[in-house]
Design a protein around this ligand. Structure first.
Ligand code: ATP
Length: 257
């Protein structure tokens, strides 16, 4: 039986008089790597902000690990969801270690414990960025900052990693490195849910796909496999599947309209 990490029912949201989500129904299963695909401006970030509690839906319900989103307190939410927004900026010159420690503030306040510092070292090592530990965050490259912010989420030890375009700014090597890590996390007690703009990359690692289209979420009957028909409908372009060394790949090519 599939256990649900997130269950969304009839969710509506509008910015003023501009509707963005028109009755979204979706389930994101626990301990899977889910990917939400969809065109620019389709409402994906809006949906994630509602799940993360930064916006409130106009209508409908969301349950996170079985609990109504409206009833969650700040600390409960932090232990359930770690959210990586699309844009992050730090104007203060914190070091990477300090930035990671802020991932524990919901639990340890601003007084990091010894185990928090040990966790920093473990996560830096796991993400292969120990060399950045004492560097000011503002002096890192865009890709380095992105990896550090993912490390900060891991410090929070949430059940669900909610990631808005996690491979942003990463070079191809690091895109695959991070996707491999996320797959690994989803197999080891995290639920990973990511917005992505690269179906070719996403289908190589994730195992549950849904599509935001015209304000609704479509989940195919086999959510693990690429669904060419849906992809072509959502992106208004052609896709091709091909096999290489026993693996299936999905490539976009050429406009339909
Ligand atoms: N704060 C806001 N006020 C008004 N309209 C907004 C606001 N934020 C987003 N929108 C609009 O809502 C729609 C959905 O935006 P959203 O950022 O959720 O889309 P998205 O699918 O995440 O896009 P992208 O893939 O480009 O990041 C867009 O038309 C956008 O212009």
């Amino acid at each position: 039986m599939i256990t649900e990490a997130i269950h969304i029912e009839d969710l509506h949201y509008a910015y003023g008089d501009k509707p963005v989500l028109n009755g979204v129904n979706a389930i994101f299963p626990e301990n899977k790597f889910s990917v939400l695909l969809g065109i620019n401006g389709g409402g994906k970030s809006t949906l994630f902000k509602i799940i993360a509690g930064l916006l409130k839906g106009d209508q409908g319900s969301i349950r996170i690990c079985g609990q109504e989103i409206d009833k969650l307190r700040f600390k409960d939410r932090a232990s359930l969801i770690g959210f990586l927004p699309q844009f992050t900026q730090s104007v203060f010159s914190f070091t990477v270690e300090e930035i990671l420690l802020t991932g524990r503030t919901a639990f340890s306040g601003f007084a990091p414990k010894k185990e928090d510092r040990l966790l920093v070292d473990k996560i830096l090592k796991d993400l292969s960025i120990t060399r950045l530990k004492d560097k000011p965050f503002t002096q890192l490259s865009g890709g380095e900052q992105q990896i550090v912010m993912i490390g900060r989420l891991l410090m929070q030890k949430p059940k669900i990693l909610l990631l808005d375009e996690p491979t942003n700014h990463l070079d191809v090597y690091y895109q695959h490195y991070l996707m491999e890590k996320l797959k690994d996390y989803s197999e080891n007690d995290f639920t990973v849910i990511a917005i992505m703009h690269n179906p070719t990359l996403a289908f190589q690692y994730a195992d549950h796909f849904c599509y935001l289209h015209h304000g609704n979420i479509y989940t195919p009957s086999n959510p693990k496999e690429p669904n060419v028909e849906l992809l072509e409908k959502v992106y208004s372009m052609s896709f091709v599947e091909f096999m290489r060394e026993g693996k299936k790949f999905m490539l976009p090519f050429g406009e339909i309209h």
